[in-house]
Design a protein around this ligand. Structure first.
Ligand code: ATP
Length: 351
């Protein structure tokens, strides 16, 4: 099978687990994000793929070949770290040519490849400039050009954008994604930033508590999180306790019943957790209670221009709704309000 396969991969440092029970198939040509909170094992997993860390157990295969014990320098993978690790005393051209020189590529060929890569990253005019005299974004591009110089089979990026300011980071996310698509190079990006993963990835691997929690497209993970951990980590969400009532209904703490898509296998009377995304809640001025409508009091409003976040207390359940100025019904803190929770927007979460 083509692509990268991880089978039962785990890594322990002494008795401490860094990551365990990892089974993944990363298809060729895709950009895959390893996403998760600090310490969940993202970097360790990437370093094992790179050959910079040994596996405690399991196997890594690339296009069918077992590479678990292949030394890093024989894997021909490009890597970019958070620090970028460029040589500050060298010029842009020398930095990009460096891996080619190491592989014994001849001077004329090095020159041709460097100019091809400079064109790709749009820095043709800067070949002789020392990297210390580049902007953050330009340095980023040089690091990527150096990583792909020797036509690697895999590009591994470990939080490469985390040192950049928010605006530059967003434009680099788009730039890297476009470059990756143009080159069709299988890429793994480690990040703890869910917005970055959603922007860039074909496939997101959510890691938490040292294991894979879910694998899916960004939208699958956002819309159908596998469990409470993923629902909480990806995007903002209203997660609240309810009781299964049977017949497609759940009971809210205030006594109201909501119609929701709920599996028949959930035992009537059991305590469950529900997820509703803020953009799915609809606010209106108080009205006679209708199906899937709760009465509440506005406790907080955050108006940031393009969107308005309104938090409403509904009998002890705090729900935040996200609206645009056009949808806004002119609420203030303390106002009574009706909150509609569309049945199809509700997800029952497994623990
Ligand atoms: P971050 O986002 O903070 O970089 P991460 O998800 O990349 O975190 P890892 O760096 O892979 O997490 O670390 C996973 C776990 O393994 C952590 O508990 C960490 O303390 C531990 N760990 C990592 N490297 C070592 C090491 N060389 N020796 C001992 N423990 C380690």
């Amino acid at each position: 099978m083509t692509g990268l396969i991880l089978e039962n991969v785990e890594k322990y440092y002494g008795s401490a687990c860094a990551v365990t029970d990892v089974n993944l198939h990363l298809p060729e040509g895709k950009l895959v994000c390893f996403l998760g909170p600090s310490g969940c094992g993202k970097t360790t997993l990437l370093r094992m793929i790179a050959g910079l860390e040994t596996l405690t157990s399991g196997e890594i295969r690339l296009d069918g070949e077992d590479i678990s014990h292949t030394p890093a320098h024989q894997r021909n993978f490009g890597m970019v770290f958070q620090s970028l690790a460029l040589f500050p005393h060298m010029t842009v051209g020398e930095n990009i040519a460096y891996p080619l020189k190491l592989c014994g590529v001849g001077k004329p060929e090095q020159k041709a490849r460097v100019s091809e890569l400079l064109e790709l990253i749009q820095l043709q005019q800067m070949v002789d400039r020392p990297v210390a005299k580049l902007s953050g974004g330009q340095r980023q591009r040089v690091a990527i050009a150096r990583a792909i110089a020797s036509h690697p089979k895999l590009l591994l990026l470990d939080e490469p954008l985390s040192a950049l300011d928010a605006k530059l980071r967003e434009s680099m996310q788009v730039e890297i994604r476009q470059l990756q698509k143009r080159l069709n190079i299988t890429t793994i990006l480690v990040t703890h930033d869910q917005r970055e993963a959603m922007t860039m990835a074909d496939i997101v691997v959510v890691l938490g508590e040292h294991r894979v929690q879910q694998v899916g497209t960004p939208i699958e993970i956002y819309r159908n999180p596998a469990n409470e951990f993923v629902a909480d980590f990806i995007g903002s969400g209203n997660i609240f306790a309810a009781t299964a009532l049977g017949n497609g209904k759940v009971g809210m703490p205030g006594g109201e019943a909501l119609n929701v898509p709920i599996s028949d296998s959930i035992v009537v009377g059991s305590n469950i957790k529900m997820l509703v995304r803020p953009e799915d809640l609809q606010l209106s001025l108080p009205q006679t209670a209708a199906a899937n409508q709760l009465a509440g009091t506005v406790t907080f409003i955050r108006d940031i221009g393009a969107t308005i976040e309104t938090t409403v207390d509904c009998s002890g359940v705090s729900l935040t709704a996200l609206s645009t100025p056009n949808q806004c019904v002119g609420l203030s803190i303390g106002n009574l309000v009706s909150v509609t929770i569309p049945a199809e927007a509700c997800r029952v979460l497994s623990a």
